[in-house]
Design a protein around this ligand. Sequence first.
Ligand SMILES: [Zn+2]
Length: 327
Amino acid sequence: MTAESIQTTTGAAAPSELGRTLIHEHVLVGMPGWDLDGMAPRFVREEVMARAIDQMQMLADLGVETFVDPCPMDLGRDVEFLAELSQKSGMRIICTTGAYFEEGGITYTFRQLSVEQITEIYVDEITRGVGDTGIRAGAVKIATGSRSVTDYERKLVTAGARAAKATGVPLISHTQDATCGHDQIDIVTGEGVDAGRLLVGHSDGIDDPAYHRSLAERGAFVGFDRFGIAAILPDEVRIRNVLRLAEAGFTDRILLSHDSVLCWLGRPVPLALDYADVLAAMPDWRPTFLLEKVIPQLIEQGLAKEDVDRILVDNPRRFFSGAAATT
Ligand SMILES: [Zn+2]
C-alpha cells in the first residue's frame, strides 16, 4: 500500500513535501518513573520550547525540513509540545504511536491487554489522534530488548504490524544492542507487512557489516541512527559501515540520524542532568552533527554526492509513502 498523505503533528503532508528528513530524533524523553523524581531539575516548558525552536532553526539552516520523533507513548511522549514546536518553528514534525520494550517501558496495562486491544489503541492514535488532541501518529514505534524477544514484546510488535497494515503507516523500531532485527522483520512480515515498511533502528550499534547487509537483503531499512553516541561505537565505524552497505548496492535501504534528546525529563541516565551536561559529555550528540560533520566525511571517503539526497530525501519519502516496498 502506498500512502498519498503522511500525518504530521500539524496535519497531513504529501510524501514529496518531506524534503531532507532526520528519521529518529527526540525532543523530550522521560524514562519510566521520571515523573516521580521530585529531586530532578524542574521541567520549565517555556525554556525547553525556546531551546527547541533554536535547534529547529539550526536544522532548517542546514536544509532539514522534517524531524521524526519516534518517542514511545510510555517514555514521556508529549505530542502537544511537538505540535506547538512545529507551529512556532516551521519544522515539520512527525510523532508515533507504540510502546517501548519490556525492560525499558511502562508495562503493566499492555501486559493485561490483548493484541487485538493494543492494535485498536494504535490504530486509533493513527486515524483519530492521541487522546483528545486530534494529533495523529504518522508511524508506529516498535521495540525489542537485547538478544531475545519477550512474549510482551512479541505481542506489541504484532499489534504494531497489524496497525501499520490497517492504516498504511510505516514502522520505526528500537533494537537493543543491535540484536533481534531479524526477529522484528519476521514478526512484521508474518503479519503481511512488507519489510520495506520497517526501519530496523539502532542497527549501527554493532560493527558487523554482514548483519547490516542481511537486513537490507530482506528489504528492510537499516538505521544508522545513533551518530554522535561514541559510548556505543566511534563514528568512524558507523561511517565505514554506511559506505560498505552503499558499496554493496543497498544505498536505497540506508537511513541516518542521531537518536538525540533535547531534554531529558527526570534523571534517567547518569550523564543527563541538563542539556549543557549532555553536550559536555557527548559533544557530537546533537542533531546538526550529521550534516555538519558526518556527510562531509562520507563524501570524502567515497559516497557519491547525489547519494546524499538519495539517503536524506528519497529514502524517507519512499519509506513513508510505501514506494520502498519490495513487492
Ligand atoms: Zn530513540
